[in-house]
Design a protein around this ligand. Structure first.
Ligand SMILES: CC(C)(COP(=O)(O)OP(=O)(O)OC[C@H]1O[C@@H](n2cnc3c(N)ncnc32)[C@H](O)[C@@H]1OP(=O)(O)O)[C@@H](O)C(=O)NCCC(=O)NCCS
Length: 164
């Protein structure tokens, strides 16, 4: 099947991975991006948090083209989003932004008050565009410059109440 965007455009649907096939596809996207493309991880990017985190997928038609992971941290109300990835051939087709919005909305719906993420510096503008703010200065994580960012989930709630 041709990559999404090569012929025609599918509307992107984001949802929690439903069943084993979508969960596997979620991990395949992460592997393609973080192990093969970026080389941030060797072998696998899966870790102990995958045992209880929520795994979301972005679908363009029948194809899973994106992934994000989210989980509550120990501090009450605090959620972390990570492993945001869109396959290279599906970038800029508006899969990334809905994945981030879905993670934020899902955390808010589950009682979260604040979501944080360690964002690769070249993506800071993307997150600012989506209403996130910087926390502190950039730092190195896995040999790559990252910026801690956050978004208050009450804001996400208000936006949801205000409609699309
Ligand atoms: C970051 C990433 C998820 C963005 O996904 P995407 O599907 O390309 O993003 P979208 O198409 O939804 O982009 C939404 C908007 O942000 C813009 N945008 C996307 N990436 C951007 C970036 N790095 N900097 C600035 N703007 C960006 C798009 O142009 C678009 O703008 P528009 O709404 O005005 O058209 C994707 O590039 C990716 O997977 N990168 C590799 C892995 C990675 O870096 N993960 C994040 C770790 S923090």
């Amino acid at each position: 099947m041709s990559p999404p965007g090569a012929r025609g455009r599918h509307e992107v649907v984001v949802r929690l991975a439903g069943g084993e096939a979508e969960r596997d596809a979620h991990f395949r996207v992460r592997h393609a991006v973080f192990v093969e493309e970026q080389g941030i991880f060797t072998g696998t990017d899966r870790d102990e948090h995958d045992d209880d985190a929520l795994h979301a997928v972005a679908l363009a038609g029948p194809l899973v083209v994106g992934a994000v992971r989210l989980r509550p941290l120990d501090e009450p109300g605090l959620w972390q989003g990570d492993r945001l990835a869109v396959l290279p051939e599906a970038r800029r087709l508006r899969a990334g932004a809905p994945l981030v919005r879905f993670a934020v909305r899902t955390a808010a719906e589950r009682g979260g008050a604040l979501m944080v993420a360690e964002v690769q510096v070249p993506n800071v503008a993307f997150f600012l565009h989506l209403g996130w703010e910087r926390v502190g200065e950039p730092h190195e994580h896995r040999r790559i410059a990252h910026q801690r960012m956050r978004i208050p989930l009450a804001v996400a709630d208000q936006e949801r109440a205000a409609g699309p």
